[in-house]
Design a protein around this ligand. Structure first.
Ligand code: NAP
Length: 321
């Protein structure tokens, strides 16, 4: 089968297609035929060798996929060959035609959700749920500022907030992104490249501020985020690519919280809750992943460049063919 194999950490060009043996599922594992694999920013950090906790070389990247169960290992009860699934984690890596996953890394993919959409669920939707609900404790009737609503996590959070009766102010950095965020139901959209967007978000809440901020680029925004929080507001730091300066007094005056999240810190029980909510949301169609680009596996280097450099308007997925 074809798979991306990384033999040394480095730039996107280290993502090379190779012919490799089909991996075999052990006890409690399943083999999934990957129809589409999701590309996440974290896979670029790992590939570059700068991330904390690197895999042993060589490795095949990827944890998210939409596909079909082909083989189940001994003792597997949750799924059977032929089942449509999305994956959230993989033992062998999903940038490949087939991938081995633990039984608890695969979840039912409803028939009306495409495989490409299935590849957009794992990390982005689980992160959005953990940020909005488990760590943000956003409540119906509150206002959430999704700072970076045009990307994979932001759009997922927007759909969840809408389903929960939470009002969303969403930001994006391009016309296409702003249009998509508006179409997805944000009550107001703002351009995060416009320095005035902070004061505009205050105006939109009649000076009260927002209850929760989901922050995709904390190193740029965290300091000013604190100035647009309502009393008892929470900033959930989802993404950051550097350091930032902030004024602690802004936190004190509001009894405000800054909470970090790392998806992999979720406990087994929290993970179960996350995916139960996601499967229900997919089934009742309140969650509808948005795929921006589908590229062949051989274009993995381009996918890695674009997930970091291009303006977002949904998810980039790879088709192993
Ligand atoms: P993505 O699809 O590439 O989206 C990136 C988002 O960031 C886009 O909406 C982009 O908007 C926005 N952005 C760019 N400049 C911004 C600015 N100045 N202020 C606010 N937002 C800005 O990536 P993703 O998959 O959604 O992930 C988002 C971030 O969360 C990444 O940094 C990722 O590494 C991180 N993440 C963390 C966890 C965790 O466990 N903590 C899990 C998943 C992802 P435009 O392109 O429209 O400008």
């Amino acid at each position: 089968m074809k798979a991306i194999v990384v033999r040394q950490f480095g730039g996107p060009e280290v993502l090379e297609v190779e012919e490799v043996a089909v991996p075999k599922p052990g006890p409690g594992q399943v083999l999934v035929r990957v129809e589409a694999a999701g590309v996440n920013p974290v896979e670029t950090y790992v590939r570059s060798g700068t991330y904390a906790g690197l895999p042993a070389l060589p490795y095949t990247p990827g944890s998210d996929a939409g596909g079909v169960v082909e083989v189940v290992g001994e003792g597997v009860k949750k799924v059977k060959p032929g089942d449509r699934v999305y994956t959230a984690g993989s033992v062998s890596g999903t940038y490949a035609q087939k991938a081995v996953c633990q039984e608890d890394q695969v979840f039912a993919l409803p028939a009306h959700v495409s495989f490409a959409q299935g590849a957009a669920i794992g990390i982005p939707y689980a992160t959005a749920y953990r940020a909005l609900v488990q760590r943000g404790q956003a409540m119906p009737g509150e206002v959430v500022l999704i700072h970076g609503a045009s990307g994979a996590v932001g759009l997922a959070a927007l759909q969840m907030a809408k389903a929960l009766g939470i009002e969303v102010i969403g930001t994006a950095g391009s016309e296409e992104g702003l249009k998509l965020v508006r179409e997805q139901g944000a009550s107001r959209v703002l351009d995060h490249n416009d320095p005035e967007h902070f004061s505009q978000s205050l105006k939109l809440t009649a000076g009260r501020g927002v209850d929760v901020i989901l922050e995709m680029l904390a190193n740029v925004n965290l300091g000013r985020d604190l100035t647009v929080l309502a009393p008892f507001g929470r900033v959930i730091v989802v993404g950051s690519r550097g350091n930032v300066e902030l004024t602690p007094r802004e936190l004190m005056s509001r009894d405000a919280d800054v909470r970090g999240i790392r998806l992999t810190n979720a406990t087994a029980k929290e993970r179960l809750a996350i995916h139960a909510a996601l499967v229900a949301g997919l089934e009742n169609r309140s969650l509808q992943p948005i795929v921006a680009q589908q590229l062949p596996l051989s274009e993995a280097p381009r996918a890695h460049r674009e997930v970091i450099e291009s303006r977002a308007h949904g998810k980039i997925v790879l088709l192993p063919g």
